[in-house]
Ligand binder design. Structure first.
Ligand SMILES: Cc1cc2nc3c(=O)[nH]c(=O)nc-3n(C[C@H](O)[C@H](O)[C@H](O)COP(=O)(O)OP(=O)(O)OC[C@H]3O[C@@H](n4cnc5c(N)ncnc54)[C@H](O)[C@@H]3O)c2cc1C
Length: 561
């Protein structure tokens, strides 16, 4: 049998180091070899181009690379530029920049540009204190996550099949690597033939093991591509409902502080933030960070601390059972815990214009622009909405599309969008902004072909050719399932703490001597964090912060209910 053991795998994995100073290069390699030589192959290069050549050769041979250490000051490519190119070859390898003290500023910038894992100041003596602990931690992380060759899921579908587009979105948002094949192209047809599929029911998803799934449900997909869907226990200290920034924040803090924590998410972790192409205002990321990257890191952090993360599990009920709090899932199963954090955020509103519902997923997309970006190449694209999410999408799509037209109902962007984005948009020549404009109809045979727009200032209508329309038109909390259990405001947002008892009196039915804590709902032991909370800030940072704060209040509740 040709199967590789774990030992074979790691013995083939490499740690690569590149420094243009031969003396330094040899010294790093020597220190690495001494500590890791028995388990890893140490590959040394004295220029960025040699190192890239070595990486390409290893890629062709199918070798694994665990860690790359690069000097910052090198003549042809500096360390950051080199790591950026190395990342294209080995995205899973952990990256370290070696810098002199004077270059730490550049290293800190690189943390965002190349998603650097660490920077090390030279000299790193003694290596036992300064080098090995860093490399050990990176090897551990690599072994846990990326040491297998990227398993490839294949999706064969049609560009204008709504379910194909949902499946791609689902995989992308869950950071499952996949390759997309159009069913009407030769390779797609070969795959369909191999899967014995007639091509009428699409998409067909081929798992990394080679099993074809015809039109799979999200839950089926999740289970087959390695996402956890069932809890390992039936009782937890804390159940976090929703896997956006607030939920992930709560899971990280809950688990890291010793609470048996499970996070349940109906679709994909990341929530709204996971759909953002670039979050520019989150603390610590001066060059912005993509929602996918932030989500991936947060999810790894939560699981590292021992939180369980379940996807495709929609919560549909909440019940108080003595000291326990029970959540019920859409499939009728349930889970109990001592405390609950609701972090269910908000979901996009739908636009009611005729034709839009039928064409959703077939040229009309809500909320997300990322998966479809490639399809925008050379197209005239429309974006509806005047808030930051629409602005970010327009900026992102303008890199692919021939033109992007923003359709804004209000008379200007100033009222609804951040100043930095308005300026950015003004500076991009292929974005046009049409204010006082509404979509009143969408039409097309099997996909979007035309939009009818109304200019509300002039009272005129116009029909334009359009293949792609992205809608970002505000959001509402999906909290109907809390009806009759947890108090909500008129728009469905969950009311907490002092707002439950404006006159200082206890909320109706409140059973305890104390009043509700700051993020506590009308049910003791049930907290809410993030966008779902009434009067919340609707920002990533505040959602994360509230997740952390809710955990602190859970501790207080558990000590003295
Ligand atoms: C495109 C876009 C760009 C943005 N850009 C920025 C930005 O640059 N800066 C910034 O600060 N903010 C930005 N925001 C806003 C920011 O993303 C939100 O404020 C933040 O995501 C709120 O986090 P949350 O965890 O409260 O909720 P959400 O992110 O909405 O997450 C809620 C999660 O709960 C899940 N869920 C809901 N109901 C259930 C249920 N019953 N059972 C199980 N799971 C459930 C949902 O599927 C979702 O994953 C942006 C938003 C969007 C859409």
């Amino acid at each position: 049998m040709g199967g590789m053991t774990a030992q074979d795998e790691t013995s083939r994995a490499a740690i690569l180091t590149v420094d243009d100073d031969p003396g330094v290069s040899r010294a790093v390699a020597r220190d690495l070899r001494r500590q890791y030589g028995s388990r890893y192959r140490i590959v040394r290069a004295e220029s960025a181009s040699d190192a890239l050549d070595a990486l390409r050769q290893m890629k062709l041979r199918g070798d694994l690379v665990a860690v790359i250490l690069a000097d910052y000051r090198m003549p042809e490519l500096n360390g950051i530029e080199f790591l950026e190119q190395a990342m294209d070859i080995y995205p899973g390898a952990r990256r370290v920049l070696l810098t002199a003290y004077a270059d730490t500023g550049a290293a800190i910038d690189a943390i965002n540009v190349v998603d650097l894992d660490h920077y090390l100041l030279k000299p790193w003596d003694p290596p036992e204190e300064k080098l090995y602990p860093v490399v050990d931690a990176l090897l551990d992380a690599w072994l846990e996550s990326d040491h297998r060759p990227v398993p490839e899921t294949k999706v064969v579908g049609h560009r204008w099949s709504a379910r194909s587009s949902e499946v791609r979105e689902f995989l992308a948002r869950n950071q499952v690597p996949y390759r997309w094949y159009q069913s009407d192209e030769p390779e797609g047809q070969r795959l369909l033939a191999a899967a014995k599929a007639d091509g009428l029911a699409l998409p067909v998803v081929i798992t990394p093991d080679g099993d074809p799934l015809v039109e799979p449900s999200d839950a089926e997909l999740a289970a087959r591509v390695g996402l956890a869907t069932t809890p390992s226990k039936d009782f937890y200290d804390l159940i976090v409902i929703g896997g956006g920034p607030a939920g992930l924040g709560a899971a990280v803090y809950g688990a890291s502080e010793g609470l048996r924590t499970v996070l349940v998410e109906r679709l994909a972790t990341g929530g709204q933030a996971g759909q953002s192409s670039r979050i520019e205002n989150y603390l610590g990321f001066p060059d912005g960070v993509s929602g996918a990257q932030l989500t991936d890191r947060a999810r790894r952090q939560a699981t590292k601390f021992g939180a369980e993360v379940l996807t495709t599990r929609e919560v549909t009920g909440l019940e108080v059972r003595g000291p326990a709090r029970r959540v019920t899932f859409a499939d009728g199963t349930f889970l109990d815990a001592q405390a609950i954090i609701l972090a269910t955020g908000v979901s996009y509103r739908r636009l009611g214009a005729p034709g839009l519902d039928d064409l959703t997923g077939r040229g009309v997309y809500y909320g997300s622009a990322l998966t479809e970006a490639a399809a925008c190449a050379g197209q005239d694209v429309y974006v509806v909405g005047g808030a930051n999410s629409a602005g970010q999408a327009a900026v992102y799509l303008s890199r692919f599309a021939k033109s992007v037209t923003m359709l804004v109902r209000g008379s200007s962007l100033e009222k609804s969008m951040s100043y930095y984005l308005i300026r950015q948009i003004a500076g991009i020549p292929n974005i046009a902004v049409r204010t006082c404009t509404e979509v009143i109809e969408a039409s097309g045979e099997d996909h979007l072909e035309h939009l009818t727009l109304r200019d509300t200032a002039q009272g005129t209508t116009e029909t334009v050719d359009a293949q792609l329309l992205f809608l970002f038109i505000g959001a509402a909390p999906l909290t109907d399932w809390l009806d009759g259990v947890v108090a909500r405001d008129g728009r469905g947002f969950v009311v907490t703490g002092p707002d439950l008892s404006p006159g200082g009196e206890r909320p109706r039915g409140w059973p305890l001597d104390r009043g509700p804590y700051y993020l506590e709902t009308s049910v003791p032991g049930v907290f809410v964090a993030g966008d779902a909370r009434a009067e919340s800030a609707k920002r990533v940072a505040s959602a994360v912060g509230e997740g952390a704060m809710a955990v602190m209040l859970v501790h207080r509740y558990l000590e003295k209910p």
